[in-house]
Design a protein around this ligand. Structure first.
Ligand code: BES
Ligand code: MN
Ligand code: MN
Length: 462
């Protein structure tokens, strides 16, 4: 099977590939909002059916305490290597819906892009694997065993997938995990994600008076929890944008000057980067570039903040409570549980006596780095070189896929993050989109991953 044959198959089927993706994108499988529970279930069934039509031997919708996991497999020969494809069919909430140019679950293809919630993250990306598998099957070229595990709770922390993995180790036996849920540098510059940040996520509550008060009668005597929360948050970083939580950097692995110099070689157009998100300047920890700040350094960000009166007009009130949700992106070797505890201690310590504070922990995840010398990386690099005509650049990403660390721990398997999105796809934002080029390029590249891995994996087994 050569590139021309693969391209010919894709050319004659691309309209159907797009139509099928559009159908999948119409299902509002929002995992965070219980109002969509039934749609999530419907989506799982839809994914199962699509896998069966693509030619797997068995496919199953596995129920969990939360949303279901779709599992499928095609075993061609137990002595051959096995690729386990992981992806997620759940999507982020579409809010704020009024900022979308077309409804989030009524996909539109415009200017070479598919607009819909989940188009890039991750329906468009995991579906490339379903179509690449179909292609290999139809062409009679499937060189190894393939298993699919497509979950419905990635966007809410993958808690039930963790349980599923622990309970199904035998069934999930494989040689590598293949994931498309990340980005490439640009459409002319392929890259492979060799690191993901971890996550610690907390919700804080600052309480002042036991009830809302008149801000004239009490203002000036009783402290205001919103003012206090703002002061506390402002103090969490110093003038160098260094996080002030004691012990926060203790386990941070400093990336060597050589590795940083290597990373700096990847193309990066700062003007375009800023224009894409509508800012005039970037801001990073002192001594680090924007790209370093968004990959090899940890962060602390307020994701939401609320309290007091936000209705129409002016109500004079000294509120009783103020709240915020704060995320910390972590890098090797920071530990999310330890970081959450350090944050809690620090936040309690800096609270003035005029208020009391509560810190509640949400889901988290471990950071990971992926080596560039194992068969999975080599196969992905060769496959991208085949179809892009250029060797991909290894690059550390800023986002998190917490289950990847668990795959390594529980299954002893490394993951290869061969994503085809772009950072500018607006994932989690209004008007999320995925390039038609990227979708088809993924379908074109994945079969070559299978071919290369089948050879490399076998060599390793003998
Ligand atoms: N696909 C993203 C993660 C991602 C995006 C990694 C781009 C690298 C580049 C994933 O769906 C995601 O959004 N993860 C969450 C994890 C959280 C919900 C536990 C994240 O990073 O916020
Ligand atoms: Mn994703
Ligand atoms: Mn996501």
């Amino acid at each position: 099977m050569d590139l021309n044959q693969v391209r010919a198959y894709i050319n004659s089927n691309q309209d159907r590939f797009l139509e099928e993706l559009v159908e999948l994108l119409k299902i509002p499988s929002v995992s965070a909002d219980s109002a969509y529970k039934n749609d999530v279930q419907i989506c799982a069934e839809h994914v199962k059916e699509s896998l069966l039509s693509a030619g797997v031997d068995v496919a199953e919708v596995c129920q969990t305490d939360g949303h279901p996991i779709v599992y499928a497999e095609k075993i061609v020969d137990p002595s051959k290597p096995t690729i386990l494809v992981y992806g997620h069919y759940d999507v982020q909430p579409a809010d704020p819906v009024e900022l979308w140019n077309s409804p989030p679950f009524e996909p539109v293809i415009k200017d070479g892009k598919i607009y819909a919630r989940g188009s890039a993250d991750d329906k468009g990306q995991f579906y490339m694997h379903v179509k690449a598998f179909e292609l290999l099957q139809e062409m009679g070229e499937l060189p190894c065993n393939v298993k699919f595990m497509i979950e419905g709770e990635e966007e809410v922390g993958s808690v039930n997938l963790g349980i599923f993995v622990k309970e199904n180790k035998e069934r999930l036996k494989a040689d590598v995990i293949l994931i498309s849920d990340t980005s490439i540098i640009d459409n002319d510059t392929p890259s492979i994600t060799v690191g993901l940040r971890g996550l610690s996520y907390v919700e804080v509550e600052v309480t002042g008076p036991s009830k809302d008060l008149h801000s004239g009668v009490y203002g000036g005597a009783i402290d205001n929890p919103i003012n206090v929360l703002c002061e506390m948050i402002a103090s969490l970083k110093d003038d160098n944008d260094h996080i002030t939580v004691e012990g926060f950097y203790d386990r941070v692995e400093e990336v060597s000057a050589e590795d940083r110099a290597e990373m700096a070689k990847a193309p990066f157009n700062k003007e375009e980067y800023m224009a894409a998100v509508g800012v005039r300047a970037t801001r990073s920890e002192k001594g680090y570039s924007p790209r370093e700040g968004a990959s090899i350094r940890p962060t602390l960000d307020v994701n939401g903040i609320w309290g007091g009166y936000i209705g129409e007009g002016a109500k004079t009130v000294l509120p009783s409570k103020a709240n915020a949700k704060i995320s910390m992106r972590l890098v090797p070797d920071q530990d999310p549980i330890e970081i959450t505890e350090l944050f809690r201690k620090h936040f309690e310590k800096i609270a003035p006596d005029t208020v009391s504070v509560k810190v509640e922990a949400h889901h988290g995840g471990d950071p990971i780095v992926i080596p560039t010398d194992f068969p999975g990386y080599v196969a992905a690099s060769l496959a991208m070189e085949d179809t892009f005509g250029k060797k991909p650049i290894p690059e550390r990403g800023g986002g998190s896929i917490p289950i990847v660390a668990l795959f390594e721990e529980e299954l002893g398997l490394k993951s290869i993050l061969m994503g085809f999105g772009l950072d500018s796809d607006d994932i989690h934002s209004p008007n999320e989109h995925y390039g038609v080029f990227n979708y088809l390029k993924g379908i074109e590249t994945i079969p070559f991953f299978h071919l290369h891995f089948a050879k490399l994996g076998l060599a390793k087994k003998i």
